[in-house]
Write a protein that binds this ligand. Structure first.
Ligand SMILES: *Cc1c(COP(=O)(O)O)cnc(C)c1O
Length: 492
């Protein structure tokens, strides 16, 4: 494939892509002190710009171009009706400081979304503010902290986290000022109950648990785990990233979780974006509702129960305070609202069941070629290993080779407790044909790993950029496009 040149490399002095309207104000020089340097913008025609950006976009891999089994990330298809709804002028062009009386429809969306997330999660209250799952974790831990402090219980400093957890769990705990104690997993992929029993005392703030966990497995001793944690006065935090396995089947609140974040961009089909906005609402049990970040949306019926409702912002009594400006990423809330309305309770339940079915189908079709260390019925994802007898091929090589077959790689080297981990999450939105093509590619790659390992070591072969130096890419991040001689030109 051809490399796309930098836009500066197709720049030609004097070329212009737009015709400016006639100025209706007198021309004047911009004072030199207001202009640090010349702008150094590329000079290109409209057709240059259109072709340039279209070609750049074609270099991207996305859920709209192909299968994206990135475990734990729930890369399901983002239905386009969500986008239509979010772009309606009444949602897209309102200002968060507008008088609530002029944006009743927007507040209604937020109110109903709070109610449905309460219903889906089995919680008594919900905040829509946090901007991502990790932000929801931070919010949830601050709520747990305030709960203990309000009871005058100042001794608690330890958050328990299983060794299969996502890195954001210990990060959120540490950012909230707590000490993390890691718990080992047992040989069926559950929390080691003896280790948990030994760790439960009056210094425990709570346990952060992902269920199903990052091995894609349902915690088999959940009831006992909840009893141990509650028994020592701790709270149960649920990492809701894997909720796509449970919606409409089980409610985390009923299972004993006191706090949980929802990842709207995972479970409820809002786009993950190129680092763009996510949304991580948090649900809490009855005894924690007063600590939620404010404001939340409440409803009243000033003219009687059967009349028009009035939606207003309300402040929880002992709120931990705001965690985000305004009302969170409102556009994501509209998309989720739309998704929930389109599917309804039965559709949501069916989605979870198909997500689980698809993951088990892949697991059973691949486990003879890719060892599955905890090989039992999985939920919406499973973890296998990219290692082969008599070959030095690694999980990373398998992933790079998958790109040659036009598939996005699975999650690599996570969870940390599985060597050469490949974490595969197909989601419910993929057809059997797509799953079968993926199985074919994975099985071919396993054979290549033994017969032609060099083919994998040198992959990918037909992407615009070959294997990256990942350390350099992370340490010397280049975030904006500049002409190579930008400094000289700007100062000239
Ligand atoms: C994605 C994920 C998170 C973090 O969520 P973000 O929305 O990416 O911040 C936390 N835990 C698990 C298990 C996840 O998969």
């Amino acid at each position: 494939m051809n490399q796309v040149p930098l836009i500066y490399e197709i720049s030609s002095p004097g070329r212009c892509g737009v015709t400016m309207p006639q100025s209706d104000v007198p021309e004047t020089e911009v004072p030199a002190e207001l202009r640090r340097t010349k702008l150094g913008l590329p000079e290109v025609s409209q057709i240059d710009v259109v072709r340039h950006y279209l070609r750049l976009s074609q270099l991207n891999y996305s859920i709209d171009t192909g299968f994206y089994p990135l475990g734990s990330c729930t890369m399901k298809f983002n239905p386009k009706i969500n986008e239509d709804a979010a772009r309606l002028p009444g949602y897209a062009f309102t200002h968060p400081l507008q008088d609530p009386l002029t944006v009743q429809g927007n507040l209604a969306i937020m109110f109903h979304l709070q109610e449905w997330l309460k219903e889906i999660g089995g919680f008594a209250g919900v905040t829509l503010q946090p901007a991502a799952g990790a932000h929801g974790e931070f919010t949830g831990i601050l709520i747990m902290r305030k709960y203990h402090l309000e009871r005058g219980d100042t001794k608690r400093k330890v958050i328990l986290i299983p060794d299969s957890a996502h890195g954001t769990n210990p990060a959120s705990s540490a950012m909230s000022g707590f000490i993390v104690k890691q718990l080992p997993s047992d040989d069926r992929g559950n929390i080691d109950l003896n280790a948990l029993r030994a760790a439960c005392d009056d210094t425990v703030v709570g346990l952060m648990l992902t269920n199903p966990n990052t091995l894609g497995l349902f915690e088999e001793h959940l009831e006992e785990v909840v009893n141990l944690v509650h028994g020592c006065g701790g709270l149960m935090y649920g990492d809701g990233a894997n909720l796509n396995a449970l919606v409409g089947i089980a409610r985390p609140g009923d299972l004993g979780f006191d706090v949980m974040h929802f990842n709207l961009h995972k479970t409820f089909s809002t786009p993950h974006g190129g680092g763009g906005p996510g949304s991580g609402p948090v649900g809490v049990s009855e005894e924690l509702v007063d600590f939620l970040p404010g404001p939340i949306v409440a409803v009243t019926f000033p003219d009687g129960e059967d009349e028009t409702p009035l939606y207003l912002f309300a402040e929880p009594k002992k709120s931990i305070g705001r965690v985000k400006s305004f009302n969170g990423n409102f556009g994501m809330l509209v998309r989720t609202y739309t998704y929930l309305r389109v599917h309804g309770p039965d559709g949501l339940q069916a989605n979870s069941m198909y997500a689980v079915l698809n993951a088990n189908y892949l697991r059973v079709k691949l486990n003879d070629k890719y060892p599955v260390p905890y090989d039992r019925i999985c939920m919406h994802e499973f973890v296998c290993q990219g290692k082969f007898a008599g070959s030095d091929v690694r999980a990373l090589d398998v992933s790079k080779r998958l790109m040659d077959y036009n598939f996005h790689p699975p999650t690599n080297y996570f969870p940390l407790i599985v060597p050469e981990a490949l974490m595969i999450e197909p989601t419910e939105t993929e057809s059997k044909e797509t799953l079968d093509q993926f199985i074919d590619a994975m099985r071919k790659i396993a054979d290549e790993a033994v017969k032609e390992p060099e083919l994998l070591h040198s992959a990918p072969h037909n992407t615009p950029i070959k294997r990256l130096d990942e350390v350099k890419a992370a340490k010397e991040l280049v975030l904006c496009c500049m002409p190579r001689d930008f400094e000289e030109k700007a100062l000239a």
